[in-house]
Design a protein around this ligand. Sequence first.
Ligand code: NAP
Length: 246
Amino acid sequence: MLAGKRALVTGCRRGIGRGIAVKLAEYGADLILNDLTIAESDEVVAAVRNLGRKALCISADIANPDSVAAMFAAIKQECGGLDIMVNNAGITADAMSYKMTIEQWNQVMAVNLTGTFLCCQAASKLMMEQKSGKIINTSSAAAFMGNIGQANYSATKGAVASLTKTLAKELAGKGICVNAVSPGFIQTPMTDKIPAEVKEQMIARIPLRRMGQPEDVANVVVFLASPLADFVTGQTIQINGGSYMV
Ligand code: NAP
């Protein structure tokens, strides 16, 4: 379904990003694999290549405009363009709002919001040249439900959903669809930090009674990246086992 498509996934050395990269490769896409540092020896690289797809590794900090510019220059030179942009990289720096430092606030804004914007901007410039493309951003259930200790994180993820709507309107006439996924509680290194008893309480509040897996998110990303979603733009799709219903 995605044969010959060139897909960039940020923050894909592990977790949801790894799951998305491998799933896109399963459906035929060639991958540009980004993380802060990603090496030929990383497992995700072998996983993509074992599926018979190309994997180009680019280490870059998405929060740094110069790094992003260099990454997209390399994509243009090596791949000639870009068909699918998945803005997955994201971080947390949790604290109660009244104890949160300005550094914690700025750090999360820089990666989750500014980094997503910079990659959307650079990807859209490449996609406008070819008059087609799919951009998929990553919001979070925390944006819609709120989450104690995550004032910075939830604010960035709400902003990503808003950004997605504006970009969808700006880019619709250029042949580019922009959507977002909004994962709930997904099993990754980010959530592995949560104590087991807290996890059990969280799972008890999920109607489908389990944590999500990276593959649950990846399946929706593949749909949004595919021609099946050609009439879908500006949407944020909730993937949360029913814990938050729009
Ligand atoms: P994760 O396990 O922490 O993985 C995030 C990846 O992003 C890591 O490989 C990390 O690299 C990379 N990264 C961090 N900052 C970066 C930067 N500035 N530039 C490039 N790469 C960077 O996270 P995850 O749980 O898979 O989450 C993936 C996305 O889903 C995030 O946007 C997150 O907010 C969102 N999300 C997750 C959940 C969940 O329950 N897990 C729920 C809702 C939304 P390093 O290893 O070098 O730090």
